[in-house]
Design a protein around this ligand. Sequence first.
Ligand code: SAM
Ligand code: TMP
Ligand code: ZN
Length: 409
Amino acid sequence: MSGCRLCGGVVEEFLDLGPQPLPDAFLSPDDPAGIAAEFFHRLAVGRCGTCTVVQLTDEIPREQVFHHDYPYRSASGSSAMREHFTRTALGFVETELSTADPFFVEIGCNDGTLLRTGAESGIRHRGFEPSGGVAKIARERGVRVRTEFFEESTAAAVREAEGPADMIYSSDTISQIPYTASLLRGVDALLSPGGVFVFEDPYLRDMVEKTSFDQICNERFYLFSVRSVQAMAERFGFELVDAVQLPTYGGGLRYTLARAGARRPAPSVARLLAQEVAQGLAESAGLQRFASSVTGIRDDLVGLLRSLREDGRTVVGYGATAKSATVTNFCGIGPDLVPYVCDTTPAKQHLLTPGMHIPVKPPAAFSDPYPDYALLFAWNHAEEIMAKEQRFREAGGRWIVYVPEVRVI
Ligand code: SAM
Ligand code: TMP
Ligand code: ZN
């Protein structure tokens, strides 16, 4: 194990989720060689004893994760998320981007779901998206994309060619970037003196409170808190000036960084920080308790699935999420317990889930005759999914959830 990616301190491991595949590395059933070559990494998470940042103990080379065939698409899942991105972009247009000829940059723009709203509003913009397949889709939607990783050198190149950015935004991506120094030096190079760097990611506090251990996967290096982002910002000459809790990402937080002293911090920063301290978030004792709750959830979930199988009940998975890879591989849930999983993402369908090799079917497979139970892997979209799938309930179907505890509803 190496030292803390942020400060070099000692990382104390508190949870080991065992050997895990890359959660977006779906496999073709027609490619036995690909299946045989599937690789696994030990997925363990720890906290830095010095700066308290929660992080994986091992880092995966980024090209193994984000490449041409990376399948995740912002637009193909949740309509609530699409609305969130449109609202977010329009909000920026009215606030940070209301100056004359503003320049907006997005890190990890994926298929352009957010940036297209900016593009349609006539905002000068630039997306960074290293995964070629989704970057191409964004380009087809009129979004200006560089198919490369955002880091110090690429950010400096954009600054040189296109000038300073008034705002740099990122959703569900900054927690996936272990090379923090290069990232923040890149932000420093590209951001205008009065500009802001705004990013949203799952919040450690939600993960601990909900025991949502499936937020931990080989793609996500950090689990941020207000305290850790503040420490990160200060190291590179920035200041955390706003922190807003979000219902998205299974419980997230939107962080706003500005250059140190440039803006007065909103009261929410001190308030959330005080709550984290009072709660002992990111202290060893609380994280150890979280780890033992995780084991309890595994035992309850596997026990339930086995007893349903013994009773001859059918269970299918709903949403081949990255999170589901963590759960199925940690719990040992394969096609014997869950014969298939439905998902709306075209690039995941007709493939096998990473590690446990559960077949992925299009959503049309989830129809009459319904299974007896659906295991809700996409629990962060529960409200939308349950509203959409009312016929399943009417036909006598029941949902199995495991966040914050194993329940049948
Ligand atoms: N922002 C989109 C959303 O919230 O739906 C996509 C989130 S997806 C979980 C993470 C995205 O970040 C992927 O499309 C990935 O290719 C991209 N990514 C990873 N590292 C990056 C980097 N250094 N610079 C820019 N994008 C990156
Ligand atoms: P996310 O939690 O990272 O947004 O991933 C959601 C996954 O769940 C994605 O693969 C799409 C899938 N999904 C469905 O299959 N049906 C749905 O109704 C929703 C909202 C998501
Ligand atoms: Zn540290």
